[in-house]
Design a protein around this ligand. Structure first.
Ligand SMILES: Cc1ncc(COP(=O)(O)O)c(C=O)c1O
Length: 381
């Protein structure tokens, strides 16, 4: 086994979930997905495609009509992106891995803004690149970017800057001005930006979070990774896409051939239906998620000894309880003693140690109140 693989840490979210999965008395908020299934209009499109026998290999880069539909969808949210710049992938995580495979290998330096969903930092490690972590800083309970620290970390020795905003787990979001500053700096250092924008629609201060796509020119060193998982409740389908400089698309097509060859056609048909229904579906979903956020956050914030900031985007409350510094031990105790399933902050790196992540996406916001009651009992309130 190659050393980087043998050294990969196991998921600490899984460690907690494994202790509670299958227990009916545990309220699970540990994973990053809603408990609401994919809407019927999307499921039916996949069923129709299967019934039509669409079970064959397809183009590496995705169905031409899906790439066109994505181009139209993106163009309604951002600057125009031609279909030639789009590659359909088998999930957001696959999109991110393809981008990293294309750019970083042994000897390369990747700078990552953390805390961060651990898959993103594992990918360059798997490929043999080194990862330099730049931590967000907590100011008045909220996680924020220290721009000076980031710019100092990204030098001409940096091949890739990996940045996820809205951020999992903290909910931190970049402003347009910050994106422009980062982009200008990366132009100077010759650094690629891989922007993970899978939560761009799960944003509560406008219809879409600021995107690097609007700050950059089409041929710049920028790759944006996207997913159907969060905006369309399609986590289990494994469908995503990349936006690339057009000069890279053919090479990414080759990489897709050697990774997955193509996204399944019936899944892509479901993606087409999702995009066709996006204007009706996504704003209503985000409204429901906002209701979840606005149910959970004030209740959490009202508890003595708890620091939490209201996230502008994403599906998570990231909070800490005074005097509790071992997040894995705490999350395990919460499962065992309180029947409450949360993700330990340390799962997102040492920077998240002492914090807990609560995914608030639920079809039924009252479950969140039940969870808060369990937390209150646990901390003796
Ligand atoms: C920050 C971030 N990026 C990417 C993904 C990947 O999503 P998927 O692989 O389901 O498309 C996730 C999923 O939780 C995420 O939190």
């Amino acid at each position: 086994m190659r050393q980087p693989i043998a050294q990969l840490p196991g998921s600490k979210i899984r460690e907690v979930a494994n202790a509670g999965l299958g227990r009916a008395d545990v309220l699970p908020f540990w994973f990053g997905e809603s408990d609401e299934p994919t809407p019927a209009f999307i499921r039916e499109a996949a069923i129709r495609a299967l019934n039509d026998g669409e079970t064959f290999y397809a183009h590496n880069l995705g169905l031409p009509e899906l790439r066109e539909a994505l181009s139209t969808y993106i163009g309604r949210l951002h600057k125009a992106v031609v279909a030639d710049r789009i590659a359909v992938t088998s999930s957001g995580v696959n999109a991110l891995m393809l981008a990293m495979q294309a750019l970083a290998g042994p000897g390369d330096e990747v700078v990552a803004v953390v805390p961060l969903w651990p898959n993103l930092t594992a990918q360059p490690s798997i490929l043999g690149a080194s990862v330099k972590r730049v931590s967000l800083v907590v100011r008045a309970g909220a996680w924020q970017l220290d721009m000076d620290a980031l710019l100092a970390a990204v030098t001409s020795a940096t091949t890739v800057l990996l940045i996820n905003a809205p951020n999992n787990p903290t909910g931190w979001t970049l402003t347009r001005a910050e994106q422009e500053t980062i982009l200008a700096h990366c132009r100077r250092t010759g650094t690629w930006i891989i922007a993970d924008e899978v939560y761009e629609r799960v944003f509560f201060e406008g219809s879409c979070a600021p995107s690097f796509l609007d700050a950059a020119e089409p041929d710049e060193r920028l790759i944006v990774a996207q997913s159907f998982s969060k905006s369309f409740l399609m986590t289990g389908w494994r469908l995503g896409w990349l936006v690339l400089p057009a000069s890279m698309t053919d090479d990414i097509g080759k990489l897709i051939e050697f990774n997955t060859s193509c996204a399944p056609v019936f899944i892509q048909r479901a993606g087409l239906a999702a995009l066709a229904g996006a204007d009706d579906f996504v704003p209503a979903l985000v409204q429901r998620l906002k209701q979840c956020r606005d149910t959970l956050l004030p209740q959490l914030a009202a508890l003595p000894g708890i620091s939490v900031a209201t996230p502008a985007g994403g599906m998570y409350a990231f909070f800490r309880i005074e005097g509790q510094d071992d997040s894995l031990a705490l999350a395990m105790r919460l499962v065992a003693e309180a029947g409450l399933g949360l993700a330990p902050g340390v799962a997102f790196g040492d920077e998240g140690e002492g914090w807990l992540r609560w995914c608030f996406a639920s079809h039924d916001p009252s479950r969140l109140g039940l969870g808060v009651e369990r937390l209150k009992r646990f901390i003796g309130l």
